[in-house]
Write a protein that binds this ligand. Structure first.
Ligand code: HEM
Length: 181
């Protein structure tokens, strides 16, 4: 995963819990780097190790850490670093999600060879089905966090239903149903 992701995870931990706790997480993770270059690719295991150690040190399920990271990503990291891109992706939650693939496509020349997820969006009135497909495993809670953060961005209140996992031979696929109020 690109260093930007690891760097942002580190920022979230330091913002929420301070530098000392980050050092504890880093040593628990076994990752022997304390700084990440945003535009450099790192093995996915680095990210998974950092999330695992965050969960262990904070005594919080990894799913909850990933969800918090998704919220942080869409409310802090992305608006600060990619504000123009976010502004041009959509003016409300549904429109934005319908263009998330375009957003990831537009940055393929920046994040060369990266492997972003794929989304399909359908809706009936205010009830939305967000179908997430990834080559990786375990990141659905991150998506839920991003959606919650985007709802805050657009001033929408959402009710998320329990996630439906779709069986796939590799990676992960899930459908997140939610209602926009
Ligand atoms: C300006 C906004 C965004 C930027 C710059 C961005 C960029 C990235 C980058 C660099 C990665 C790492 C992939 C890799 O290194 O192979 C990534 C992954 C990911 N992005 Fe985005 N993204 C943005 C917005 C979003 C939004 C709005 C969503 C969800 C609705 C999203 C969902 C994800 C997920 C779930 C992953 C993890 C990879 C996976 O599922 O396999 N991103 N993104």
């Amino acid at each position: 995963m690109y260093g930007l992701i690891n760097k942002s995870l580190k920022s979230m931990v330091i913002d929420h819990h301070g530098q000392e706790l980050w050092q504890q997480i880093l040593s628990t993770s076994g990752v022997d780097l304390d700084s990440f270059v945003s535009m450099q690719r790192y093995d996915d295991q680095v990210t998974y190790a950092l999330v695992g150690a965050t969960s262990e040190v904070l005594k919080t399920p990894a799913e909850d850490c990933l969800e918090a990271f998704g919220v942080y990503w869409s409310t802090v990291v992305a608006p600060n670093a990619y504000g123009v891109l976010l502004d041009s992706t959509g003016t409300n939650l549904l429109e934005f999600l319908q263009h998330t693939n375009d957003l990831h496509d537009r940055i393929t020349s920046t994040f060369i060879g990266y492997t972003p997820p794929h989304f399909e969006v359908s809706h009936e009135d205010n009830r939305v089905a967000l179908h997430y497909e990834s080559k990786r495993q375990g990141l659905t809670p991150f998506v839920i966090g991003v959606v919650k953060g985007l709802a805050q961005r657009f001033g929408s209140t959402i009710d998320i239903e329990p996630v439906q996992k779709v069986a796939v031979p590799e990676g992960e696929s899930s459908i997140i149903y939610f209602t926009i109020n």
